[in-house]
Every structure is written in C-alpha cells, then in structure tokens.
Write a protein that binds this ligand. Structure first.
Ligand SMILES: Cc1cc2nc3c(=O)[nH]c(=O)nc-3n(C[C@H](O)[C@H](O)[C@H](O)COP(=O)(O)OP(=O)(O)OC[C@H]3O[C@@H](n4cnc5c(N)ncnc54)[C@H](O)[C@@H]3O)c2cc1C
Length: 296
C-alpha cells in the first residue's frame, strides 16, 4: 500500500522521509518517517482521530532541546505551523499559540507594556516545547507565569489543563506524553515600558556574554544537580574543550555541547556520555541529560 494511503486526507502537509537536521538547533539528525504539519487545530484533531493506532507519534517544537539520532524517528512526527503562531493580548493576559517562539512572546509583552515575561527573551524554544520542559532562566520558569493551556490528545480529544493540574518541576512538567500542546494563556504584570526593555536587554547581554550563541547547540546539555551547577562539575572534571569527532564541549560555557559543523548525532551523544562518565568518576555525581535524545 502506498505510504500515504494509510493516513487520513489532511489539509496540512504530510511528508515522507522528512529532513529534520535542517530544523534542528544542533543542525544534525536523521529524518522523520512521516512529518505532519497540521493546517489548523481541526486538521490536527481530524488526523489524530483517524490515524492508524499502531503509528507512534512524536511532537517537536523548535528542536532546541532535542538530539535526533542518525536513524531518524519512526512513525509520525508532528510539528505545528503558522496557524499556531497567533498571539492575542487582553488586559494583563496573553494567549499564545504553541508554535510562537519564546522570544516573540516576550517581545509582544514588552510592546504591550506588560512585564513578567522578560526571562523568555532569547530563549530559542517554542511555547509548546517550553511548557513541556518547564523552561526557565535567571530565576524564573514558564510555569510561574502560566495560567492554563489547551492540548489535543493523541486520540484526537481537546483537553484543558490549569497550571495547578500539572506537576511542574525543574526542567520537567509532568505534562502527559500523549498530548500536543496547542495554545496557552499567561498572566503578566502591568509595568512601565522602559523598565521591561532594560531587563530584556540585560538578559540578552547575559546570554551573549556567557553562551556560545554563534555555534550550533541545544543549550545546556545536562540539568543542574540539586545544589550544584552542571558546568562547574564538568569544569572540575577537566571536560572543558573535550571533543568527539565534530562535537566539542564549549570552551565558553562547558555545559553546552557544540557542533563545529561536521558533527554527527552520534559524536554529540558519545561526547555527552563521556562527560557523564568523567564527571561521575571525578566528582561522584551522575549528571542527568537535559537534552532529549530521540530516534534510532
Ligand atoms: C542557545 C540555547 C539556549 C538555551 N537556553 C535555555 C534556557 O536558558 N533555559 C531553558 O530552560 N532552556 C534553554 N534552552 C533549551 C530549549 O530552548 C528549551 O528547552 C525549549 O523550551 C525547548 O523548546 P522547543 O520548542 O525547541 O522544544 P523541542 O526541543 O522541539 O522539544 C522539547 C520537548 O518538548 C516537547 N514538545 C515540543 N513541542 C510540544 C508541543 N506543542 N506539545 C507537547 N510537547 C511538545 C517535545 O516532544 C520534547 O519532549 C536553550 C537552547 C539553546 C539552543
């Protein structure tokens, strides 16, 4: 049976053997067996209600926290397109589609003279990915400003979650793996325009000063263990600058693994495993991956 005959007739994009490397922040990775970019939420619901049950489903955002192995991802990969990039501001509440970038949300809040979302400036992920990861920095996490979100389950039912329904923690959300976040509502603070802009600029400067932003990476590779900084442990273990193939532990921020342009996903993963082993050998602490490794 031709591959697409197995799938419902959608209005969005359905593509076989879709290249994911170009979309990934690491710039590497095998293909998606089938990529689906729904036209809108109705298309997503229709697809999920009619897709064969034996097809695994993976959702990806801006791919700024995932490493896809060279063999690619079996089954269906769902990525949300332009329809999910809408933003509405009403008083102190902002509604954002799950494909809106964190930086764009922060910029819109600033332009609307609303505070509280400054920390999202320069964070490369989408709102969907940021909620799933409970992304955060400089003392704030996205769950601190979230009111509620809408999602579609992989069997095609629309669900609503209040922030209190979900068990958010450090770089973890407890959001079930079988839902695709479609939009979210955030509560902001009424603030003065120039104060917010100043805070945004400070955050961008901090990132530029401390992170290798001109290199391909997925940000922090490992979570900070309780009471410790992953980068300090990596530094103490002598891993700064360590290399495997085209992957290197960044000299500028040693919790970042960077692709020098020639790395394979396996170089990156092998290097990460070497760092975990070396840090454990020297410090006795086992680092936990923050970057999600997917595929075969
Ligand atoms: C230079 C750089 C700096 C970074 N700095 C930070 C930082 O300061 N703080 C921080 O927390 N992170 C940081 N990150 C990591 C990354 O930006 C965040 O984890 C971000 O939230 C990931 O969002 P994404 O859209 O790229 O998700 P992806 O990487 O595509 O996916 C991450 C996870 O979210 C899931 N997901 C994505 N979209 C959806 C959806 N719509 N519904 C359900 N699940 C979904 C995926 O299945 C996957 O499990 C940085 C990354 C880079 C490259």
């Amino acid at each position: 049976m031709p591959v697409f005959d197995r799938f419902p007739p959608v209005r969005g994009v359905l593509q076989a053997k879709a290249d994911l490397a170009k979309k990934s922040r690491f710039g590497v990775g095998g293909p998606a067996e089938i990529l689906f970019i729904p036209e809108d939420v109705d298309d997503l619901v229709f697809f999920l209600r009619n897709v064969p049950e034996d097809c695994p489903i993976t959702v990806l955002g801006a791919m700024s926290n995932v490493l896809v192995r060279s063999g690619g991802i079996d089954g269906i990969v769902i990525m949300l397109g332009n329809w999910f990039k809408k933003v509405f501001v009403e008083d102190c509440t902002i509604e954002a589609g799950a494909a809106v970038s964190c930086t764009e949300l922060s910029t819109i809040a600033t332009d609307s003279e609303l505070g509280g979302l400054e920390f999202l400036m320069g964070l490369p992920g989408s709102i969907g990915g940021a909620l799933k990861m409970n992304a955060g920095c400089y003392g704030s996490e996205i769950s601190n400003v979230l009111v509620e979100f809408e999602a579609v389950s992989t069997d095609g039912r629309i669900k609503w979650f209040k922030v209190s329904d979900v068990d958010f923690g450090y770089r973890t959300s407890g959001i079930p793996d079988d839902v695709i976040i479609t939009r979210a509502w955030f509560r902001c603070l009424q603030n003065v325009d120039y104060i917010i802009s100043k805070k945004n600029n400070e955050i961008v400067k901090k990132r530029m000063d401390s992170q290798p932003l001109n290199k391909r990476s997925c940000g922090s590779t490992f979570k900070n263990p309780e009471g410790k900084k992953a980068w300090e442990l990596i530094n103490a273990a002598g891993c700064r600058g360590m290399k495997v193939g085209g992957a290197a532990v960044s000299e500028k921020h040693c919790n970042f693994i960077i692709n020098d342009g020639s790395a394979t996903p396996e170089d990156i993963e092998c290097l990460g495993i070497k760092v975990v082993d070396e840090v454990q050998r020297v410090t006795g602490i086992k680092l936990e991956w923050e970057v999600i490794r997917l595929g075969k």
